[in-house]
Design a protein around this ligand. Structure first.
Ligand SMILES: *Cc1c(COP(=O)(O)O)cnc(C)c1O
Length: 370
C-alpha cells in the first residue's frame, strides 16, 4: 500500500515536549527546563504577545494568501524584492518544497554526515539518493571532493549547507560558501540553511550571510531563514526562503494555499519589527554560551565551538543516553544525539538560572556515575 521509500525513513523524533516530562515523571510544569529543541528561552517579543491578544478574533479568517505584509517587510529587511521571497510553515516546509520541486532524475543530493535530520527525510520522500561527507560537520574541501566524485556518475540536484550546523554548532565562513557555489554546476540548487544566522552573525562577521549578495550573483542558491529560533516563534511555524524570482516562482507551484496561518504571519511581521528584542536574546545567548564553555573545560567535556544557540557535549566516560534519561527524570530536557550515531548530547543555551541548574545536575551526575 505504501511507497518503498517510506521503509528507509526513520520517523523524525522531535525534542521532547514539556507535557511528556510532566506526565511520565510527575514534574510540575514550572519545574521543567526545556533545552532540547533550540527554542528561544526568553520567549517571543512582548509586542508579539500583545498583537496575538489583539488579533485573536482573526482566528476565523483565512490568511491573506499573498502574504503581502510579511513578504514586504522581509524584502525590506534583506534588500530584495517580494518576488524573491517565499514563506512557509517553518523553513522546514521550504526544504520540503525544494525537494518536491527539483528534478531528481538520476540524481543525488549532498549533505554533511551529521546535520539537520529533516534534509534526509524530505530528500528520501522525494525519492532521491543521498551522499554524505566523511567528516561529521561541514568542511569545504570535503564537499568539493564529494561533489566531483558524485558528479562523475550522477546529477546532483541539491547541496545542503547548514550554517551554523545543527546539531554540531560549527559554521562555514560566507566566503567558503561562495567558493562552493562557484565550483558547482548551475543546475545544482545550493540550499543555504541559516536557521541560526542571527547568532552566528553576531559572534563572527565572517559567518554572516547576506542573502541579497548571493542571489544577485547566483541563480541556483536559496537562503532559508526562520522565526523559530532567535525570534522566539517556534510555536507559530514561520520560515522563509530568499532566492531568484525563477526559483521562487517554481517553489510556489508546489506550495499549498494558506500554508501559514493568519496569526503566525501577523506574529512574524511584528517579531521582525522588534529587532531590539531579538538582538538582546542573541547577546544574552553569547554570555551564557561562554558559561557553558567554561563548564565544559572544568568538567572535561569535549565540544565544538558553537555559532548557534546550543552546544554539543561529549565525554569519554559518559553514556549520553543514560545521562539524558537521568536529566529527564530531574525535569531537564536536552537532546541525545544517539539517533545521529554519536555518543553526545546537545543542550539549548537557556536562561542564567536554567543553565546554573543544568551545571549543578550534570556535576552531580558525574560525581555519582563514574
Ligand atoms: C530549527 C531549524 C530549522 C527550521 O525550523 P522551522 O521551525 O521549521 O522554521 C531549519 N533548519 C535547521 C538547521 C534548524 O535547526
Amino acid at each position: 500500500m505504501f511507497k518503498n521509500t517510506l521503509e528507509q525513513i526513520v520517523t523524525y523524533e522531535a525534542g521532547k515536549p514539556i507535557e511528556l516530562v510532566m506526565r511520565e515523571y510527575g514534574i510540575k510544569q514550572e519545574d521543567v527546563i526545556k533545552l532540547g529543541s533550540n527554542e528561544n528561552p526568553y520567549g517571543a517579543s512582548p509586542l508579539v504577545i500583545e498583537s496575538l491578544q489583539n488579533n485573536a478574533y482573526k482566528a476565523s479568517l483565512y490568511p491573506d494568501d499573498s502574504m503581502y505584509e510579511l513578504k514586504d517587510a522581509l524584502a525590506l529587511h534583506f534588500n530584495v524584492t517580494p518576488k524573491q521571497i517565499i514563506i512557509g510553515a517553518g523553513s522546514d516546509q521550504i526544504i520540503e518544497f525544494c525537494m518536491q520541486a527539483l528534478n531528481h532524475h538520476n540524481a543525488q543530493v549532498l549533505m554533511a554526515k551529521t546535520t539537520f535530520a529533516m534534509y534526509e527525510v524530505y530528500a528520501k520522500l522525494a525519492g532521491v539518493e543521498i551522499s554524505k561527507t566523511q567528516s561529521d560537520g561541514h568542511i569545504l574541501e570535503e564537499f568539493l571532493e564529494l561533489y566531483q566524485k558524485v558528479k562523475s556518475q550522477k546529477n546532483i540536484s541539491a547541496i545542503f549547507l547548514c550554517v551554523p550546523n545543527n546539531p554540531l554548532g560549527e559554521c562555514l565562513d560566507s566566503n567558503a560558501i561562495e567558493k562552493l557555489i562557484k565550483a558547482v554546476d548551475k543546475e545544482t540548487l545550493v540550499i543555504v540553511d541559516g536557521a541560526y544566522q542571527e547568532f552566528a552573525a553576531y559572534k563572527d562577521k565572517r559567518k554572516a550571510i547576506n542573502p541579497q549578495y548571493f542571489i544577485e550573483q547566483f541563480d541556483n542558491v536559496i537562503y532559508l531563514g526562520t522565526f523559530s529560533k532567535a525570534y522566539g516563534l517556534g510555536g507559530m511555524r514561520v520560515g522563509y526562503g530568499v532566492a531568484s524570482e525563477r526559483i521562487i516562482s517554481m517553489l510556489y507551484k508546489v506550495r499549498p494555499p494558506f500554508n501559514v496561518t493568519t496569526l503566525s504571519l501577523q506574529s512574524a511581521f511584528v517579531a521582525l519589527r522588534d529587532q531590539a528584542f531579538m538582538r538582546q536574546c542573541v547577546e544574552k545567548n553569547a554570555i551564557e554560551m561562554a558559561r557553558y564553555e567554561a563548564f565544559a573545560h572544568k568538567m572535561g567535556f569535549t565540544f565544538i565551538p558553537s555559532y548557534g544557540n546550543f552546544i554539543t557535549f561529549s565525554h569519554k566516560e559518559i553514556e549520553s543516553t543514560h545521562l539524558c534519561e537521568w536529566l529527564l527524570q530531574k525535569g531537564v530536557i536536552v537532546r541525545n544525539l544517539r539517533s545521529y550515531g554519536l555518543n553526545a548530547f546537545r543542550i539549548t543555551i537557556g536562561k542564567t538560572e536554567q543553565n546554573t541548574r543544568v551545571f549543578e545536575l550534570i556535576e552531580q551526575y558525574l560525581q555519582t556515575h563514574r
